[in-house]
Design a protein around this ligand. Structure first.
Ligand code: MOS
Length: 696
């Protein structure tokens, strides 16, 4: 147990401290960094999916007025570490996926750089590529572990025997589409190499992880690299690890010492260079007795990775802990394809991995004639079914019940396809949500006092989530001073080490470090400090994860309308209720929940990266063709939370809120679409072509 802070600033509904700078346009994002006389980079990309660059003729590119240099595999510097093949920019002539960086143009203007990149003549010898994922590939393999370090497979009891003897079963295959992160701010890096020092102003979820990765790639001491990032226009995971363009920007800077380089990816380039959510094929098996008690849960996942670097998404992990059942099995198998490297996208694992099982739960509830909420409640586990550990707190049932009340579930007619409002078929659906409540092992903070004010320093990143504000709230309560006496300094490796803003662990981790620093400060100086007083703190050692199952939970409710003639799908209402520990700031937390639910709706109805097997190219690689939920889609999205304060997670009692909002949303919508139409779609996104054949 942790000594919990007495919430004073924590829990207040506060506007973002960085809001005015953002809305007035004075907040500087990576590409807007005010540097003297910058040069601009544009990337040249491979237009084959597999093969070799045989020649790059740069003559015409170099003739473009303003072009300074063109870096190619033949002319670029040799990197110190090429262990991470995604980051081994221009180190080989091999092409491993379409869109791989094969050259960098440096010019006086972005326009000249872009024009020259088009004129660079890249000749490739092409080899046969393979980008087609299927469950019956003979080359599927079992990774050693799944992201970040979960067991690849688990098995308890005998699922097949339980399936054979059950009163009701479901055996179905569910699929989710390839999805690409599209934060509002495209990825960008400004880089300056000067006197043996590399400075990167990078749009990132973690300045310290960029520093250590870049230092390793270039063979520099960490002290030679500074990374600065005060503001980020969204990341969702795509800015959580270093991608090749960051190395390219640093490489360009090192080619022209003393000259700052600006590199901003285009929206189209983001579809090959900054990761994506792998498509998944999920075979789900569920078995239950007549009373609706599950006897078996199994999830076998097939997904893809790239040939040059493995990313094994942990799609089946949520199925391991969600519901009680004596017989259980999960597995992950990968196909290594000639595709860009997949990576993190909001709730990697849980988000796609709760689609198949939560739709299967709906299907089984219907077969049993049990209400889908009641069915879930009946299968609440008393302890984590895999580890046997108690949950530090688990309020899924409270979320389901509260959501049912708010949504108006009680009047629901369970029969599918029977409600009509004019030309529209109307239905409702529910699904559960879960996300781990984690905190990283390392983060440090400093508290300083001067001129009557306190400052909390930590190299944390605010992706747009609200860290500028919530960390001040935590520091104020930890110091027991009014919030307006506390400043926060983040987004710079010159501040103490901060873990990456990923896995919804940021506030939990950084907040723990700030609390430790504040307590050390008070111990050292009492309540009446002097100018210049300072104290350090770090995340305390933490063993709760060995004794408790630590998760946030939620319940998602969707109303869906389907046009009876055209199959057009609308989601007029989403209600989400979450149990995510103590809420630090209701305003920014609500934004996270609603943002996650909106992104989940987007996944349910729209997002689908279409990978052309003939070319290995994502053909819809722009906002004209890659559809994302917009304001018109998000008609009415409501997020609520139940009271919860968990003494096992951190001194704030809070769990992460960044990712749980997306988990379960797509299943709730698919279940509601079935309830509206009687057509069961098991393949995301749920589009009208999949519903129409089943409509009368
Ligand atoms: Mo989030 S996908 O863990 O950055």
């Amino acid at each position: 147990m942790t000594e919990l802070l007495r919430p004073q600033a924590i829990g207040q509904d506060l506007a973002r401290r960085d809001g005015p700078d953002k809305v007035t346009g004075t907040a500087t994002y990576a590409n807007e960094t005010p540097v003297e006389n910058p040069a601009y980079c544009h990337l040249i990309q491979a237009d084959i999916a597999r093969g070799r660059v045989s020649a790059v003729d740069t003559a015409e590119a170099e003739d473009v007025p303003g072009v300074i240099a063109v870096l190619t595999p033949g002319t670029s510097e040799r990197l110190s570490s090429t262990e991470d093949k995604e980051l081994a920019v221009l180190q080989t002539t091999d092409v491993a996926f379409r869109g791989q960086i094969v050259g960098i143009v440096i010019a006086e203007t972005p326009e000249a750089a872009r024009q020259a990149a088009r004129l660079a003549a890249v000749t490739c010898s092409e080899q046969t590529h393979d980008v087609s994922l299927s469950a019956d590939r003979v080359d599927l393999y079992k990774p050693d572990k799944v992201n970040p370090s979960f067991a690849t497979d688990t098995s308890v009891g005998d699922v097949s025997a339980a399936m054979d003897s059950a009163a009701a079963t479901v055996t179905e295959t569910y699929t989710t589409a390839m999805n690409h992160n599209n934060p509002m701010e495209p990825h960008a890096t400004t880089a300056l190499w000067n006197d043996g020092q590399l400075t990167l102003w990078d749009s990132t979820q973690g300045v310290h992880s960029v520093r250590s990765t870049v230092a390793k790639v270039f063979g520099l001491d960490k002290g030679q690299v500074r990374v600065v990032c005060p503001y980020v226009g969204g990341g969702f995971g795509s800015k959580g690890t270093v991608h090749a363009h960051v190395v390219a920007a640093a490489m360009a800077a090192r080619a022209l010492p003393g000259r700052a380089m600006k590199l901003a990816l285009t929206r189209q380039q983001m579809f090959s260079l900054v990761g994506y959510r792998t498509p998944t094929i999920q075979r789900v098996r569920l078995a239950a007795d007549r009373d609706g008690r599950l006897s078996a849960i199994a999830l076998d996942v097939v997904e893809q990775t790239s040939r040059i670097k493995e990313f094994a998404e942990q799609t089946a992990v949520a199925a391991r802990m969600m519901y009680a059942a004596p017989n259980r099995a999960t597995s992950h198998r990968l196909a290594a394809l000639d595709v860009p490297v997949p990576s993190w996208m909001r709730a990697p694992g849980e988000c796609p991995g709760m689609f198949g099982p939560e739709v299967a739960m709906d299907e089984l509830a219907e077969r049993l004639g049990i209400d889908p909420i009641e069915f879930r409640v009946r299968n609440e586990p008393a302890r984590d079914p895999e580890s046997g550990n108690p949950f530090s707190s688990r309020h899924l049932v409270a979320c389901l019940r509260d959501g049912a009340e708010r949504f108006g579930w009680a009047d629901r007619d369970p029969r599918p396809g029977v409600r009509r409002d004019g030309d529209w078929l109307v239905g409702s659906g529910v699904a559960s949500s879960v996300y781990p409540a984690s905190r990283q092992a390392q983060s440090d903070a400093t508290i300083r006092f001067a001129d009557g004010r306190y400052a909390a320093e930590i190299g944390a990143a605010d992706l747009g989530t609200g860290a500028w504000t919530t960390l001040a709230q935590i520091a104020a309560d930890a110091l027991d001073v009014p919030l307006d006496l506390v400043d926060v300094r983040i987004g710079d490796t010159d501040y103490p080490f901060a873990s990456v803003a990923g896995g919804s662990s940021g506030t939990s981790t950084w907040g723990s470090a700030i609390v430790a620093a504040a307590r050390a400060f008070r111990e050292k100086y009492g309540l009446d400090p002097a100018d210049g007083d300072e104290a350090q703190g770090q995340v305390p050692e933490y063993q709760a994860q060995e004794r408790y199952a630590l998760y946030a939970f939620g319940a998602q409710f969707a109303e869906v309308r389907v046009h009876a003639d055209t199959g057009e799908i609308r989601v007029p209402r989403l209600v989400g209720v979450f149990a995510a520990g103590r809420i630090i700031n209701p305003r920014t937390a609500r934004s996270q929940f609603i943002g996650g639910m909106t992104m989940g709706m987007s996944m349910a109805l729209h997002e689908n990266s279409v990978l052309d097997p003939a070319t290995g190219h994502v053909v819809n690689h722009d906002f004209a063709e890659y559809h994302i939920a917009t304001c018109a889609d998000a008609a009415n999205i409501e997020a609520y939370w139940v009271d919860e304060s968990d003494p096992h997670v951190n001194p704030m009692g809070s769990k992460g809120v960044g990712e749980i909002g997306i988990v379960g949303t797509a299943a709730a919508i698919a279940n509601a679409a079935y309830h509206a139409t009687g057509v069961r779609v098991r393949d995301l996104p749920v589009t009208l072509d999949k519903l129409l054949p089943g409509l009368d």
